[in-house]
Design a protein around this ligand. Structure first.
Ligand code: HEC
Length: 147
C-alpha cells in the first residue's frame, strides 16, 4: 500500500505560508502604526465628533462608549471606555486604518484603506472612509479614554 503523495507538497506549502506571514507581521511592526499619518497632532474634540456622528464615523452602530447624550449605542463590539488604557496610540491607529489585518473576519470597517476593495461605487473609488487627519483626530480622542 502506498502513502498519498500529497503530504510533502502540503508540508512545503505550509512552510512557505508560515514564512510569508512572519515577514508580513514584521513589516507591519507587530500590531501598531507608531508614526502619525499626517505629522499633524490629532484634535481629540474633533475626533469625538467623528466617533459619535451617525454620518461620519458610525462607530456607535457597533460600539458603546462614554457618550451620555447618545441614546442608541451598539452592542456588537467592545465598549470604547478605557480604549486609551488598553491600547497604545500606535495600536489604536493600526485598528482604525485596517483592523482586518489583525482579524480577517472582523466586521469593523477598514477606515483608511483604498486598495484591494471591490464593489465600491464610482463616486467613492479611491477615497478612504476617513481621511488621514480624521484618523489622527479619532486616535487622539481614543487616547483620552483612560478609564
Ligand atoms: C460594523 C461594526 C463596527 C464599527 C462601525 C466600528 N467598529 Fe470598532 N470594532 C468592532 C469589533 C467587532 C471590534 C472587536 C475586534 C474585532 O472583531 O476586530 C472592534 C474593535 C475596536 C477597537 C479595539 C477594541 C477596544 O478594546 O476598544 C477600537 C478602539 C475600535 N473598534 C474603535 C472604533 C472606532 C473609533 C470606530 C468608528 C470610527 C469603530 N470602531 C467602528 C466593530 C465595529
Amino acid at each position: 500500500m502506498s502513502r498519498p503523495a500529497t503530504s510533502p507538497a502540503i508540508g512545503w506549502a505550509a512552510a512557505v505560508a508560515a514564512v510569508c506571514c512572519l515577514a508580513a507581521t514584521a513589516a507591519h511592526g507587530d500590531d501598531a502604526l507608531p508614526e502619525s499619518l499626517t505629522g499633524v497632532k490629532g484634535d481629540p474634540a474633533r475626533g469625538r465628533g467623528i466617533v459619535a456622528s451617525r454620518q461620519v464615523g458610525l462607530c456607535l452602530l457597533c460600539h458603546s462608549g462614554p457618550f451620555p447624550e447618545e441614546r442608541f449605542q451598539g452592542n456588537l463590539a467592545p465598549d470604547l471606555t478605557g480604549a486609551g488604557k488598553r491600547w497604545s496610540e500606535g495600536q489604536l491607529r493600526f485598528r482604525m486604518v485596517d483592523s482586518s489585518r489583525l482579524n480577517p473576519a472582523t466586521i469593523m470597517p477598514a477606515y483608511h484603506v483604498t486598495s484591494g476593495l471591490t464593489r465600491v461605487a464610482p463616486a467613492w473609488r479611491g477615497k478612504p472612509v476617513l481621511s488621514a487627519q480624521q484618523i489622527e483626530d479619532v486616535v487622539a480622542f481614543l487616547m483620552t479614554l483612560k478609564d
